[in-house]
Design a protein around this ligand. Structure first.
Ligand code: SAH
Length: 226
């Protein structure tokens, strides 16, 4: 899979994409990241990527031409995603869907966002990572990339398998414990130390179900509506 990111701050992403699971997946050849500096696609002396908004109101807007030129220069854009608080909320299903794409291109805005004509003409989907406003699309792109890449076959070792994680089967996960068996006066539930794996599985399923009912009943309602 190839993931292109269009940004005026490629340095913002370079570090995190070299670490942990996204970094290991790149080393294993499962994914390639292309960080594209939108500023390189400007043609004025000041390499301007923003301008004042039509209609006034303050803030700056990212000019359409540099994004347009950067997109045109891509040989394999694949599905083009714009990160935006106005987009559809990102979730597990969307991560799975993106993980099945051979190529993805993520557009990171800044200031008031990218000129809407780029979104209309070049973008397949707008995605939000939540109901709050970031200063730029870069942290949102990292969230999307991390969630997608860990779903690529072979990206996770056995020890961090995705199938027991939250949302994989529509519920939250059971809580996790490690050594020591007692910490700060709190004990690991006996069942987890029993060696009785069917019982452990039943306990985990019950814990997952209880946590989901208590914390995220919306997840269960969604399932029931399917
Ligand atoms: N004026 C816009 C906000 C712009 S914030 C509005 O009110 O809708 C600047 C940039 O940060 C956006 O272009 C987008 O790329 C990114 N961004 C901000 N919040 C985001 C969110 N919740 N999800 C994804 N991207 C976000």
């Amino acid at each position: 899979m190839r993931i292109n990111v269009l940004t005026i701050f490629p340095d913002y992403l370079e570090g995190p994409l070299g670490l942990s699971i996204p970094g290991r997946a790149r080393e294993a050849g499962l994914v390639e990241y292309r960080l594209i500096d939108v500023r390189a696609y400007t043609d004025d002396r000041h390499r301007t990527t923003d301008d004042e908004p039509f209609g006034g109101g303050g803030g700056m807007v990212m000019k359409p031409e540099p994004f347009d030129a950067a997109l045109t220069a891509l040989d394999r854009p694949g599905r083009v995603i714009s990160l935006s608080p106005r987009g559809r909320p990102f979730d597990h299903e969307t991560a799975v869907r993106f993980a099945l794409e051979p190529d993805l291109t993520l557009l990171c805005g800044r200031y008031k966002g990218i000129d809407e004509r780029v979104i209309d003409a070049r973008v397949d989907e707008e995605i939000s990572i939540g109901d709050y406003v970031l200063s730029g699309g870069e942290p949102a792109a990292l969230v999307v990339i991390d969630a997608v890449v860990r779903l690529l076959p072979g990206a996770l070792g056995d020890h961090d398998s995705a199938s027991s994680d939250s949302f994989y089967d529509g519920s939250l996960s059971a809580p996790s414990y490690t050594r020591p068996a007692e910490h700060g006066g709190r004990h690991v539930p006996d069942v987890l130390r029993s060696g009785d794996h069917p019982r452990i599985e039943r306990w985990r399923a019950a814990q997952a179900d209880a946590a989901t009912r208590r914390r995220r009943p919306d997840l269960l309602d969604l399932d029931a509506a399917d």
